[in-house]
Structure formats: C-alpha cells, structure tokens
Write a new protein. Structure first.
Length: 417
C-alpha cells in the first residue's frame, strides 16, 4: 500500500493532488487542520493536512520506480505466513535477486505453494482474497472517516447527506449514495449544489431501473390480492385501482373481501362497488373463496381485500396464507403507509416473509414529508413498487410509481400536488 501526506489550503486542492499522484482508487485516511508558520515564525496560516492511501496494485505506478526492499526483509514475512508454506527445494537464482517484488503483505511470492494446493493450481485465489480483504478494510476506514470528519467533504455533499438522513434514508445508505455522487463526478470541487442533486437523482433512478423497476398491475394478471397491516388504507386503495382498471383500462372488474372482522370495511367496499357498478363477494372462510371466484368467472380482473391484523403474530400470517392458497392470486401487493416509521416498516415487511409478496404499494404520501423509507425498503427487499396514493379521493388520488418520481421524493424534492 502507498501512503502519502499532503499539506494544502483546502480539500479540493488535496483531492486534485491525490488523483494526480495516486489515481482514482485512492482513499482519504485522515484529515485535520494544522497551523503553518510563515517567514520568521510570523504570519501563521491554517492549512489542511490530508493523508491518503492506495493499494499499490491500483496506483498505476511502474514497479521499477519503486525501490526494492532488502532481501532479508523480503524473506522475513515468509516465516509468519499462514497457511504453512513450503519453500522451493532449489535455491533462488542470483539473476532473480534483483527483480522488483511487491510488498509481501499483499502478494505472496509466486514460487511458493501452500501445502493443501492441488497440483498445478496457482496461488491466484490467495491473492484475490488479499485484495478483497484490503478493499473491505479500506471501505471500513472510509466509512469511519466520513462519520468522524464530515467536514472533509465539500459543503454541498455534506448538506446532501444531511438532507437524505433527514428524509428518513438510513445513514448507511445515505453514505453510499453521496460516495457514489463523488465517484460519478470527476470535477466535483467546481460543481454546484443543484448539480450534485441532479447527479444523485439520476443515480437513484438508474439503480431502481436496474434492480427494482416499478411495475403496476400486469395486464396478464386476473386475480390480485392486497395484504397489509390495519389502518394503511387497503380498502380505499383497492377502490382506486378498481376505478383505474375499469375506466382507463376498460377491464371488467370484480371484488372479493375477506375482511369480515370489521363490518365497516365490508360496507365501505360495497359502497365503492355500487358506485362503480361492479360485483363484490364477501368471504367468511377459505372454503368460500373458490365459490366466490366461480361467481366472478366472467370478470377480467378480480381484486381481493384481506383483513388487516397484527402480523407480528404467526397465527394471523398462517390464516392469511390459507386464504392466499385458496385464491391462488397472480400477484400479491403489500400495502404500507408512509406515516409509519422506517424501522417499523422494515419490521412489518419482515413479518410477511412467509407470504409471497410481489410488489409494494405506499399510501398516505400526502400525510408525510419524509420519503426515504421508500428507498430503504426497495433497496433491502428488492421488491418493485406499483402505486402511490396521495389522498382520500376515489379514483383521483393514486399514481403509478416511476423511478424518476421515486428518486425525486428520496432526494427531497417537493411533491407536486
């Protein structure tokens, strides 16, 4: 590893020198302000001392420019290497003694073979393991550095990180995002806050596209179930989707409710069904599910409303699974309220790990200003988003989730009402 110390006036100057000397793979290990005396000890100025490091394989510096360590020092680490190694039976040739070698800590000399290697197997796997360990160590150092000395980053980046955390993005994910912004932008010391925000929005949008691209209801899906805890707005959300599919997609829609624990829920769904002039079936047991599906066999789309319960108790999860197995839905959507704390949302989703969840629907965007939980959950559970709901009005207050919209919400842009 190559470590260099720089005394500069500010961080942008340090970064420029680090990139020039050590390359883009370098990381900052420490940063502190120091007093630098001027001529005759007067005119003291405040400077910035920055220590940076890079793996010598990644520094891009020719090996011949590095001084060879003494032979004794090169041989010494061989005694402490693990697993035990066996020196070659032939003595080292003199012609090889002057060759440049890398620091033994990071690359083992090639002639040596471990006692458990298969014949002909190279020591590359050990080298790769060393490199991986170094990368993990450096990543840990960099994360610690960001936590302890946030003022070492440009002010716009610091502000962006603070805004992400304030918007309920987990601190760990916020750090990864701002690091990605720094790596994405080569000339970031001359970039405005607005440009930083634009880069971050694009990065989040691209990540969602590549990993968990949002997906509303599939045109091929005929039976769709909606699950979730009590009070998140499942019934109203189902009414909005039913109206969207009926009025915009021109599909024949039918409704089934298993939420017989709340009389108000059944009556609410019946009211929406009467307004939309679509049939609704009330199911009291798993045995009745098949009968209800048969009655709605002429429907293009059947939406199933399930009871909201405390799914932290396994008995309710088992009951829900019985209904889902009986109905055999093409898709199952987990409905979550953004007014719930991010940590609580993660616990709720974990309770549904025994249920085959296909998509998330987030409700009550109009009742909160913190949207980071959307990114936290999609990043952790890798589930696509189907819809957002933004109010009580049926059918208006529902939107198809898009990567661009999600990214803008996570970055903290105001939602357009």
């Amino acid at each position: 590893m190559i470590v260099k110390r720089y005394v500069v006036k500010d961080m942008p100057e340090a970064l420029a020198k680090i990139k020039q000397d050590l390359g883009h793979e370098a990381v900052i290990l420490s940063s502190k302000k120091i007093k630098q005396r001027g001529f005759l000890g007067i005119f003291t100025t405040t400077q910035l001392e920055v220590v940076a490091a890079v793996n010598d394989r990644e520094a891009g510096i020719p090996h011949k420019s590095r001084p060879n360590p003494p032979i004794e020092k090169r041989r010494q680490p061989l005694q402490s290497q693990r697993p035990r190694t066996q020196l070659p039976s032939q003595p080292e040739k003199k012609s090889d003694a002057g060759k440049s070698v890398r620091t033994p800590t990071y690359q083992r000399p090639q002639p040596i073979q471990t006692s458990f290697e298969q014949p002909g197997h190279k020591a590359a796997s050990f080298q790769e393991a060393d490199v991986l360990r170094e990368v993990q160590e450096l990543r840990g150092i960099l994360t610690k550095f960001l936590n302890q000395t946030p003022d070492a980053l440009p002010v716009p980046i610091q502000k962006l990180r603070e805004e992400l955390v304030a918007n309920d993005v987990s601190p760990e994910l916020a750090e990864k995002l701002v690091l990605s912004v720094v790596q994405e932008n080569e000339e970031f010391q001359a970039t405005s806050e607005q440009e930083f925000r634009h880069i971050l929005t694009n990065l989040i949008s691209k990540e969602i596209y590549s990993k968990v691209e949002p997906a509303p209801l599939s045109p091929e899906s005929r039976v769709v179930a909606f699950v979730g805890p009590t009070g998140v707005g499942k019934t109203t959300t189902i009414a909005k989707i039913a109206a969207e599919q009926l009025l915009k997609k021109k599909r024949k829609v039918g409704l089934i409710t298993t939420d017989t624990f709340r009389i108000a829920a059944v009556e609410q769904l019946k009211t929406y069904a009467n307004i939309l002039q679509i049939p609704v079936e009330v199911v009291f047991s798993t045995e009745e599910v098949e009968f209800a599906l048969e009655k709605l066999k002429d429907r293009d789309l059947i939406l199933i409303d399930t009871a909201g319960r405390n799914f932290g108790e396994s008995i309710y999860v088992d009951q829900l699974n019985e209904f889902l197995q009986a109905s055999n839905p093409d898709e199952t959507c987990l409905v979550l309220s953004l007014t719930t704390k991010s940590n609580d949302l993660e616990h709720i989703v974990s309770h549904f790990e025994g249920v085959s969840i296909d998509k998330f629907i987030f409700t009550k965007l109009d009742e909160t200003n913190s949207y980071g939980a959307i990114y936290n959950l999609s990043h952790r559970f890798k589930k696509p988003l189907a819809y957002f709901t933004t109010g009580q009005n049926v059918p208006e207050d529902i939107e198809v989730a898009t990567p661009e919209q999600i990214a803008r919400l996570v970055v903290g842009e105001k939602r357009h009402v």
